[in-house]
Design a protein around this ligand. Structure first.
Ligand SMILES: Nc1ncnc2c1ncn2[C@@H]1O[C@H](COP(=O)(O)OP(=O)(O)O)[C@@H](O)[C@H]1O
Ligand SMILES: [Mg+2]
Length: 244
């Protein structure tokens, strides 16, 4: 089985300062890879490099075996195959939930509006929010807005979903409702790359854990191995800083 995503020797700098150093990774179809690591180690930058939000100094990013890292319009279509959900949901405040969700499939993918609305409604149902479709983002809680953001990514039919600390800005009681949606996506076999600080969740959802420190992959392995018996001192110290 060929990987969906391949990263080879990725090197990223900000103003001459190395943030990602020779990062190599593959994500196979249906695989859930969870990236963990201390704050500032380069996790968000890594995800941003994958979907072209950051230029990279060296290395390759391949989607279905095709290079997608140069910035340019010719690969915009390929990038639509990568769905991304951030910590902040960035919904348009003056548009309803339904409008927020159907905007990109209609405008960017040129899809039929009625069809997009039907799919939006069914996805909203799936995340327990069908009663919110005509409301505005300000009328929703943080957890609800984050579930809308997930729907907005799903409706584009991405081949791989990237999640960057999607629960970090949420009150504790809302974390669970969002993680449950992500878990259900994992169970249906979606290919995902997830950055999270929720270690119990990471352990439950991951097929593979990748531990990054100082812009490099320090250790990777199966979650049961990583969480019970990390191989490196750095991973051990990192895990000791969590209670879970
Ligand atoms: N736009 C930027 N310009 C300059 N430095 C940045 C920028 N974005 C991130 N950095 C730096 O890159 C490093 C990695 O940041 P980030 O990827 O956000 O880490 P993480 O998501 O793991 O907390 C940090 O040292 C951060 O300060
Ligand atoms: Mg980050």
């Amino acid at each position: 089985m060929d990987p969906i995503l391949t990263v080879e020797h990725l090197h990223k700098e900000f103003d001459g300062y190395t943030v990602l150093d020779d990062v190599n990774m593959t994500v196979n179809p249906g695989e859930v890879v969870v990236i963990v690591g201390p704050s500032g180690c380069g996790k968000s930058t890594f995800l941003r490099c994958l979907n072209g939000l950051e230029k990279i100094e060296d290395g390759k990013v391949l989607l279905d075996g095709k290079i997608i890292n140069p910035t340019g319009v010719d690969i915009a279509k390929d990038r639509q195959k990568i769905g991304m959900v951030f910590q902040s949901y960035d919904l348009f405040p003056h548009k309803t939930i339904l409008q927020n969700i159907t905007l990109a499939p209609v405008k960017v993918q040129g899809r039929n509006k009625d069809e997009a609305v039907r799919e939006a409604v069914s996805l909203l149902e799936r995340v327990g929010l069908s009663n919110k479709k005509d409301q505005y983002p300000r009328q929703l809680s943080g957890g609800q807005k984050q579930r809308v953001a997930i729907v907005r990514a799903l409706i584009m039919h991405p081949e791989i979903l990237l999640f960057d600390e999607v629960t970090a800005a949420l009150d504790p009681e809302m974390v669970r409702e969002v993680l449950e949606v992500v878990l259900s996506l994992a169970k249906e076999g979606r290919t995902m790359l997830i950055v999270t600080h929720e270690m119990a969740f990471a352990r439950a959802v991951a097929d593979r854990i990748v531990f990054i420190d100082g812009g490099r992959i320090v250790e990777e392995g199966r979650p049961d191995e990583f969480f019970t018996d990390p191989r490196t001192e750095r991973a051990r110290r990192f895990l000791d800083s969590f209670e879970y």
